[in-house]
Design a protein around this ligand. Structure first.
Ligand SMILES: C[S@@+](CC[C@H](N)C(=O)[O-])C[C@H]1O[C@@H](n2cnc3c(N)ncnc32)[C@H](O)[C@@H]1O
Length: 432
């Protein structure tokens, strides 16, 4: 069968099943599912899986309008979602999208559901344009048009106003590969060019290289530890943390797992101690540091009750647990896993982490707060309430040049729509 045949659709189906039944993240599930396919089938299957996960809310809403019975088995629902995405957004002709979905249903679920799948998808193809799509001025309408839950649209409007749609749509663009050069970035760029790639220097950091189409796992520089894979927003955070600690300064990375920023800061000369609440996350930091030949002591510790003495470090990096709405480009399913109460719930943890970390830097030291999200609650609101309680701290706005300043509080936001990076909030808080 051709590149858009049954094998690639079965692979995409397996990804959806693992994401929905095992709670798997899509990227490892895709990597596992497409391994045996040829290159074109791999690309088709990966795109079909990621896109179907991204547009799940819209697909379910539309399917809800044509399904004759409200409850259907989840495995059949995943077949229908894949078919519906192809009908609504894919390049496959409608008759082929329906026929291959019927084949998929037969292969994965059984012959008994083929008639049902055929009927539902034919009805959907006929009725898609005439469905009662809500006005895009409403959160539900813009959510259906951009592939997000209404609460995320409301959060985006609260944060970005009239630019909310730009940010939401940028979150639907698959991110390219960015590498962090651990040595001379110019030499790394030449090495990558020599193997047929077209690297360009990042706009925000001298060590970032954007490398479209690269397979990091196949690059000698990555295998040999001369480069790591890192989004440019994360690169900027690690640089800010190392700078805040000062040359050779002591930096505690209190939420360090899996360790990309801790190792980057160590590369920049900071004396880093890394900690994470979760043992398996702490272990990943230790493994990464060992792979990169870095001396980074790692502890398992709760940042809300830190076991370190006050005043013992030059800076603390709090790369806080958050809703992750800034990384939906690489984790499309995240938008359906998070719920409307999560920003407030995570903000409570973030406030506790900031409060507990505040005594750790020496006088004149710094707290660097970062979160890969953009909700008001987890960014300016958390930091605003911290500053109100700790008059010995002030935001050091000049410490971060990248990104966009915010109208409602300190810090800057790196934006997928403007910077081509993950969404990332970053602020340096200097202790007097
Ligand atoms: C955004 S991730 C950090 C990413 C990391 N800085 C990097 O660049 O690889 C947040 C981390 O905080 C950890 N975490 C969550 N709650 C924590 C707590 N109370 N104390 C310490 N770490 C915590 C999570 O296990 C997770 O690894």
């Amino acid at each position: 069968m051709g590149s858009e045949g049954l094998a690639s659709r079965r692979a995409a189906y397996r990804v959806l099943r693992r994401v929905h039944t095992d709670g798997a993240w899509s990227t490892p599930a895709v990597d596992a599912a497409i391994g045996r396919l040829g290159p074109r089938d791999r690309a088709f299957a990966a795109n079909l899986a990621y896109e179907t996960l991204r547009w799940e809310g819209t697909l379910d809403w539309a399917l809800g309008h044509v399904l004759s019975r409200p409850s259907i088995d989840e495995d059949v629902r995943d077949v229908l979602r894949l078919g519906a995405w192809q009908l609504a957004y894919g390049a496959t002709p409608a008759h082929a999208a329906v026929a291959t979905s019927v084949d998929l249903a037969r292969a994965e679920v059984g012959a008994k559901v083929t008639g049902f799948v055929n009927g539902v998808l034919r009805a959907l193809a006929r009725r898609w344009d005439a469905l009662p799509w809500p006005d895009e001025a409403t959160s539900e309408g813009l959510g259906l048009a951009t592939g997000y839950a209404p609460w995320i649209v409301a959060e985006a409007r609260a944060r970005f106003g009239g630019q909310a749609r730009d940010v939401l749509e940028a979150g639907n663009v698959a991110p390219g590969v960015t590498l962090r050069a651990r040595g001379d970035a110019e030499a790394l760029a030449a090495e990558l060019t020599a193997v047929g790639l077209t690297p360009t220097r990042g706009a925000l950091s001298p060590s970032a290289l954007r490398v479209p189409g690269a397979d990091p796992g196949a690059l000698a520089a990555v295998a040999e530890g001369r480069a790591t894979v890192a989004d440019e927003a994360s690169i900027v955070v690690a640089e800010a943390a190392a700078a805040a600690a000062g040359p050779g300064g002591r930096l505690l990375d209190a939420c360090a797992g899996p360790g990309g920023k801790a190792c980057h800061a160590a590369d920049l000369g900071a004396r880093v101690v890394a900690a994470d609440l979760h043992e398996h996350r702490a272990r990943r930091v230790a493994e990464l540091a060992a792979t990169l030949g870095l001396d980074v002591p790692v502890a398992v510790a709760d940042g809300t009750a830190p076991p370190w003495p006050p005043g013992g470090v030059d800076a603390v990096l709090l790369d806080a647990p958050c809703t992750g709405l800034g990384v939906v480009r690489r984790r499309p399913e995240l938008r359906w896993r998070r719920t409307a109460g999560d920003p407030a719930a995570l903000a409570a943890t973030q406030r506790a982490l900031l409060a507990a970390a505040a005594d750790l830097p020496r006088a004149g030291g710094a707290l660097v707060y970062a979160a890969c999200t953009w909700t008001v609650a987890e960014t300016t609101a958390v930091v605003g309430s911290f500053l109100a309680r700790r008059p010995d701290y002030a935001a050091e706005e000049a410490a971060v040049a990248a990104g966009t300043a915010l109208p409602d509080g300190p810090g800057r936001l790196l934006r997928p729509d403007r910077d081509g990076t993950d969404g990332m909030y970053l602020v340096v808080l200097r202790r007097s």
